[in-house]
Design a protein around this ligand. Sequence first.
Ligand code: DP6
Length: 350
Amino acid sequence: MTQPNHTQQSGTIGWQSPSNIAIVKYWGKKDIQIPLNPSVSMTLSESCSKTVVDYRPRQSGENQFTFYFNHLPNPSFEPKLNTFFQYVTQQYPYLSDYHFTISSSNTFPHSTGIASSASSMSALALCITQIHHIISQHNTNFTPTDAGSLARLGSGSACRSIFGGWSLWGKYEPITESSDYQATSINDSTHPIFHHFCDSILVIDDKKKSVSSTAGHHLMNQHPFAQGRLNQAFANTKRLLSSLQNGDIEQFISVCEEEALSLHALMMSSNPGFILLKPNTLVAIEKIRHFRSEQHIPICFTLDAGPNLHLLYPAEYQTIIKNWIDSELKPFCSNQLVIHDKSGNGPQPL
Ligand code: DP6
C-alpha cells in the first residue's frame, strides 16, 4: 500500500448498516478471519447500526479511538475495537496518525438474536474506508464494496451486510467471483420469491449469551466432526444456491433448518459443550413445524449461536403468520417480544 501524501485533515462520516441472518452458517475460521466454509445470508432492513466517526489528527500519547455507544463510553466494546484498529493500521498505516471518535447506536435491542457485530462492524468499516478514500484523495468514487474486506476483519459475518438482499461469503468454486476475503452479492441470480422475504425474530431469552461467536468458532479447531461439517456446509451451499435460483422453497426450508440444528449440534458436541437452546426454543420449533404441515405455508426457522428463533417466510404470508405468532408463539417469548424484520437494501450513508 503506497502511503498517501496526505495533509492532516478532519471531518465526519456516518453510515447506517443492517444486520444479516445466515442460512448456511459460518462456523469455524483460520488465519486472519478466513472462514472454513462458505456462508449465505439475507441482509435485513430494520435491524441496523448507525455509526458516526469524527476524524482528526491524533495528538501524541492519545489513543487511536474513543467509543460511545448510545452516547455513553462503553469499555466492553474495546477489545474487539482494539483488534479492529490493528487491522486498520496494517491496511492503511498512515491512519495511525489520526484519532477517531466513534458514536454508535442500534435500532434493535441487545441480546435478542440479531447479530449486532455484523451491523456495527460493517457500519464502522464503511466509515473508516470512506475516510481513507477522502484523506488519500482516491481517484475512484467510494462504494460500499470497498469496505468488504475491512468489515470481514472486524467480524466475519459483517462482510455479508455490505450488500442488500442475498450474499455469499467464502470461496465456493462454482461461483467465480466468490472469495474468502469479502462477500459477493448473489441477489441478481435469486428468484423473485426470495426478494420480499420476512424474518420475524422470537426473542425466547434476552440474556447475554454464555459463549460468544468468536469463542464458538475456535471450538471447531479440534472438533471431532470438523470434516463432516465442512462437507455438509459445501453441500448445503450448493443446495441453497440452487433453491434460491429456482425458487425451490421446499429445498430452502430443508437446508435452512438443517443448518440451524447442525450449528447447535456442533456446539453441544464441542469440548467444552454448550447448550444454548432453551426449553421454549424447542416448544416453538415444534409449533412451527406443526403449523407448516397443517397450513401448507412455507415458513421455517433458523438460529444463530443463541436461543432466539428467526422465522423466515415469503412476504405474501405476512398477515396470517403475524396473527399466528401473536396468538401461538408470543407467550413463549421473553416479555412477549417479537421483532418483525425483512430483507433490505443494504447500507446507507447518514
Ligand atoms: C453463528 O461473524 O459473529 O452467527 O468473525 O468472530 O466476529 P466473528 O464471528 P461472527 O460469527 C457469526 C456466526 C453465526 C453464523 C453466521 O452468521 O454465519
